[in-house]
Ligand binder design. Sequence first.
Ligand code: DMJ
Length: 562
Amino acid sequence: TDLPRSPPAAAEPRHASPAAPRRLREKLRTAARMAAPPAHTAPGSRQQVQGGERRAQPATEESPARETRAPFRFDYERFRRSLRHPVRGRRAGEDPETRARRMKIKEMMKFAWDNYRQYALGKNELRPLSRTGHIGNMFGGLRGATVVDALDTLYIMELEQEFQEAKKWVEESFDLNVNGEASLFEVNIRYVGGLLAAYYLTGEEVFRRKALELGEKLLPAFNTPTGIPRGVINLGRQETSSAAWHGGAEGFGMSWSWGWASAGSSILAEFGTLHLEFLHLSELSGSPVMNIRKVLNRVEKPQGLYPNFLSPVTGNWVQHHVSIGGLGDSFYEYLIKSWLMSDRKDSEAKRMYDEALEAIEKHLVKKSAGGLTYIAEWRGGILDHKMGHLACFSGGMIALGAEQAAEERKQHYMSLAAEITNTCHESYTRSDTKLGPEAFRFDAGSEAMATRLSERYYILRPEVVESYMYLWRLTHDPKYRQWGWEVVKALEKHCRVEAGFSGIRDVYTTTPTHDNMQQSFFLAETLKYLYLLFSEDDVLSLHDWVFNTEAHPLPVNHTDSK
Ligand code: DMJ
């Protein structure tokens, strides 16, 4: 999602965790401790995750999660045997040009990492012009966002030494005992997602242990009347403060909503983007995320659409703004990916995805005068003919979902996915830099171009190359590799500076100024998707993995594996 980076401090504390889910926390803590030595377990462990999730009720003081089984232990060796393909593929049958292009992208990753390590290790992002680190206010005192976001990309690209540097930092310097206000969404997708992926790829217990510890710290956000979490969580040392659990003055573990979000509401793309990660923590957490779907199924949806703001107190919509871009985006993504990650068992997620996409197509998908298909935004029934860069992930999502659609709809959805991806490509080709703006419009004679000064920037975002990667894997149409290579060249020309990569302030000038920020998602997503675009299909195969919204691969639960 695309969230204003306003300081959480400006938000009003609205809700203190009323009742400590103590048993639940104990389970997570026990499991985190047990994660230290190599774990071996009885067959069926991953199925237990699914089973636990289905059974689980949100735990409260009144109805605590019951500890009826031995603490969960994950059989890593068994999990690796269940994969259909080696995680880095077999390197079979590739042509020299594709290999050379992939190596170029690997070099870009090494350059981005080396500069971060040299000038900003331990900070959240690199400022490549000033050669300093940036901390920001999204992660509540957590540090090393770029390290955790980069781990799996370094591993997949076989940057062994760099991966070891990153791992060492996590082992020795990644401190979870911090006290600050964090975005639940951002911490979940970047840190929890990054740690889980690093664990699944490598089997290194340090990543699992840290993911569990962090998961525990996020739980108070779910203590709302509906179970819909609020957007901001205080990561303070909850275990030291009994008062805090009852709304005490110290404020540890309290959660509240973004000050700027409408009337204390929670945001669709935030509370709707937890399921994949929490499913992997669910045997240990009692799966509070399950309540989210119950509320969404109950509440009436205008024209079948999901507005972006919901009250975590009443479970009702607060405003009728619908968008497949910022504030809505990854909610839809996580529905189809939940279905895929469950090995096509989670039919509730599939139904919700199908119905949502149908409503989106009916009310929001439009064709411009020049024949470009786009997805508009909706404000209380009125269309805003604008598409954000963030909305460009939807080409890939719809292509991924097309394979899962009823026979007669498959081709239709593949065409829709290709048309949207083509429109996003147009937003790149119509700029002087060949990089796309933050938002582009289809009104007042404009076609796929930004019309406002404030929407002309590019901050190294991944969504367009993400769609190229999916469309390539699903169609093998060479144009997607060609388009991806255009992006590589543009990044090199306009975003590469002496000490890293930087976003630019205006894509419509050949001499853009830089924003002095190497976003962590550039390493997690943009470079990873580009690398996969020039890799064989068995590298992080779509049969074995789903990518969370920060491109961290989480495994499909192959229920048929022995
Ligand atoms: C990333 O953090 C994720 O992709 C998120 O879903 C949206 N915003 C950025 C990238 O643009």
